[in-house]
Write a protein that binds this ligand. Structure first.
Ligand SMILES: *[C@@H]1O[C@H](CO)[C@@H](O)[C@H](O)[C@H]1NC(C)=O
Ligand SMILES: *[C@@H]1O[C@H](CO)[C@@H](O)[C@H](O)[C@H]1NC(C)=O
Length: 354
């Protein structure tokens, strides 16, 4: 990026402002010293919790996705300290099928799920993450109620929006130094005109090019980026989820048995190759079909890619002895099944003995 040269006057103003600021910091009385993000009392509770670790983190977007799990007989809340509230998040401790878990709700979208996952990994001794929730489906062979477990996730919300008049062959700004790329294709708005033929003049919205994420792996050189389009879930967790495919006890309804809507057939569990997401609720058939034809995705949601990306760039720290360690022993495993519809009877966690 081109840097704006500072005038000498601006530089000296900046320098005196900085000096003033540093002076103010130096003068601040000890009583006004801020607590770190986690107050000392909470930090003590965090250490106490971690003595019981490692845990499997269970990350859930919303209350209506989390409630069935909390109510499930599979989940037993911890007796001494059932939860800890940090930064507006509630971390719930307990066990699912004798496995120690920390359940946390992220709320909607990439930012919330990314930040919450980072809090989870920064504070607690977590050996892996299971993420679940409702997703849209782009595969016409699947039905409402089916459960999918994608192997790779892509964030489809990092765009380069190309100016009107530029075609496919026109290099993007900053493409030469690797900040943008045309490698992964574009959504051209003029390809999606309703009814009439493609307008000769194209569409003023022209095209958006999909960009890979820039990640900073914990074991890499600081500030040295790597580009990632497809974030894999942990191989071992993905392997374990094969057992879910044999599950034939899902109820033939969405919501719950009493008020649920009947389904044409019993829901199935399928491991699939790809899912994608962005902070965008996709209730649009044309875009869904585009995502399927361009990227081969099945599940479309608003959180998983962020959870997977955060897990990817986290160090594999305290729980080295965990059997769930990724093969290279460096990255935190992320297991991110996506339940396409909630069913009250679903208790998949017993199957995640990671
Ligand atoms: C998008 O479509 C219009 C109309 O066909 C075309 O002029 C333009 O070059 C296309 N842009 C890209 C990036 O494919
Ligand atoms: C099913 O849903 C209805 C309406 O939302 C609710 O009143 C009822 O308690 C639910 N039943 C169960 C078993 O969760």
């Amino acid at each position: 990026m081109a840097s704006t040269p500072w005038s000498p006057a601006a530089t000296s103003r900046l320098r005196s402002m900085l000096a003033l600021l540093l002076g103010a910091v130096a003068m601040a009385p000890p009583s006004s010293v801020k607590e770190a993000a986690v107050p000392a009392g909470t930090a003590r509770d965090v250490s106490r919790v971690n003595r019981q670790g490692p845990f499997v983190g269970v990350v859930v977007p919303n209350g209506f996705e989390m409630e069935p799990l909390l109510r499930s007989p599979e989940f037993s809340p911890a007796k001494k300290l059932p939860y800890l509230d940090v930064a507006g998040r509630r971390f719930r401790f307990g066990t699912i099928a004798n496995r120690k878990v920390i359940i946390v709700m992220t709320s909607l979208g990439m930012l919330n799920s990314g930040v919450t996952t980072q809090f989870l990994l920064t504070l607690f001794d977590v050996e892996g993450i299971v993420h679940f929730g409702i997703a849209g489906n782009a595969d016409p062979n699947l039905r409402i109620g089916d459960v999918t477990v994608p192997r790779y996730w892509m964030h489809t919300g990092l765009w380069y929006w190309q100016r009107y008049g530029d075609g496919r062959e026109k290099e993007l700004a900053l493409e030469s130094n690797g900040d943008s790329t045309r490698k992964y294709g574009a959504l051209n708005f003029s390809d999606h005109t309703a009814g009439a033929r493609k307008p000769a003049a194209g569409n003023l919205l022209n095209s958006v090019w999909y960009q890979p994420e820039e990640v900073f792996p914990a074991d890499g050189t600081p500030e040295s980026r790597r580009h990632v389009l497809w974030v894999p879930v942990d191989e071992r967790y993905y392997g374990l989820s094969e057992k879910l495919e044999a599950m034939t006890t899902l109820e033939r309804c969405v919501n719950n048995g009493t008020s649920g809507t009947g389904l044409p057939r019993r829901p199935a569990v399928a491991r699939v190759e790809r899912g994608c997401g962005a902070s965008v609720f996709v209730d649009n058939a044309a875009y869904r079909q585009f995502l399927r034809s361009r990227f081969g995705v099945t599940a479309i949601d608003m959180e998983t890619a962020a959870v997977a990306l955060v897990a990817l760039s986290s160090p594999y720290g305290r729980s080295r002895t965990s059997p769930a360690v990724a093969p290279q022993g460096r990255t935190r495993p992320a297991c991110t099944p996506r339940w396409r519809r909630r069913t009250q009877s679903l208790s998949p966690f017993a199957l995640y003995r990671c």
